[in-house]
Design a protein. Structure first.
Length: 300
């Protein structure tokens, strides 16, 4: 137990250092807030980093319009609790303005459309640093990411042009129009995040805990019944006991069969599983390099 505590305190210290470095090096940072456990953990770390002062930069939520209601309710409750500033950028607005085109068909999703909405928000509010909850253990493209991830004037990421970070020395120099994505919990694992949530007693959206929901199977993933997902004639909706390991757009967020109703039970479940938490994400299955392709375009 003492080893786990020391490990988590070390990760916490590193993350707070990264957040403070971002605040020191950039003029107009923001936290990218999805309502998922990782962005929630980053938000609480930012709270600790500047306590007793409030978090000195806004939370930015890219709303696909296809979010779980539970996520939006939690977001609004957390913002009120922290006294934080919230900026919501809408994918639907991007569609209405003909900035992006709505996908059609059974596998239509707004995941890729988020990139344009995000980049437009960065340009509108002149953010020079966006702090996110990405972790290297999530996905192979994430594993290439540095703490300070440089983006060019078009918001694009080049994994071959990242800067060295020896001894956790970060280079935030940039040209006009460029910005950085900063990932304070890069070195954390899914298990670390859950153990930290348990240690800090952080409240989470109810979606993360076992509950009954109407779902159907598609390409090996359990998706929630939703008016946003056209169903194929062969697909059958059943009520199952599930929980979500990640939270995103309803159209791409797969559920896991689980009876875990507490953080401790989830920790035991995560410690034993061999399936990555993004294993049920439909957006990651579009191609072998789908995440890296999106990141190069400016995705989270």
């Amino acid at each position: 137990m003492s080893f786990t505590l020391n490990h988590l305190k070390s990760l916490e210290s590193e993350a707070i250092y990264v957040i403070r470095e971002a605040a020191a090096q950039f003029q107009n940072p923001a936290i990218l807030f999805s309502g998922g456990k990782d962005s929630i953990a980053v938000t609480y770390l930012a709270k600790k980093a500047f306590y007793p002062a409030p978090i000195p930069f806004p939370l930015v939520h890219i709303d696909t319009g296809h979010n779980f209601r539970e996520t939006l309710d939690y977001r609004d409750k957390l913002v009120a609790k922290l006294g934080a500033k919230l900026i919501v950028a809408s994918v639907q607005d991007s569609i209405n303005q003909s900035r992006v085109t709505e996908e059609r068909g059974y596998n239509a999703s707004r995941i890729r459309l988020q990139t344009t909405t995000l980049l437009d928000a960065i340009e509108k509010y002149k953010f020079d640093c966006c702090i996110g909850g990405a972790r290297r253990d999530e996905e192979k493209a994430r594993a290439k990411e540095r703490f300070f991830s440089h983006r060019d004037e078009f918001g694009q990421w080049d994994p071959k042009q990242q800067r060295p970070e020896l001894w956790n020395l970060f280079n935030g120099r940039k040209n006009v129009g460029e910005h950085f994505r900063v990932f304070p919990i890069s070195n954390w694992t899914e298990l670390d995040v859950w153990q930290y949530i348990g240690m800090e007693n952080i409240e989470l959206p109810s979606l993360y805990f076992s509950h009954r929901r109407r779902v159907f199977e598609r390409d090996g993933a359990l998706l929630a019944e939703s008016p946003y997902i056209p169903m194929k004639p062969t697909e059958i909706v059943e009520e199952r006991v599930i929980r979500f390991r990640t939270i995103g757009d309803i159209t791409s967020t797969g559920a896991a069969l689980s009876g875990a109703t507490t953080v401790d039970q989830i920790i035991q479940e995560v410690a034993a599983t061999r399936l990555t938490e993004r294993g049920g994400r439909a957006d990651d299955k579009r191609s072998e390099t789908s995440m890296e392709d999106r990141k190069k375009e400016g995705y989270f």
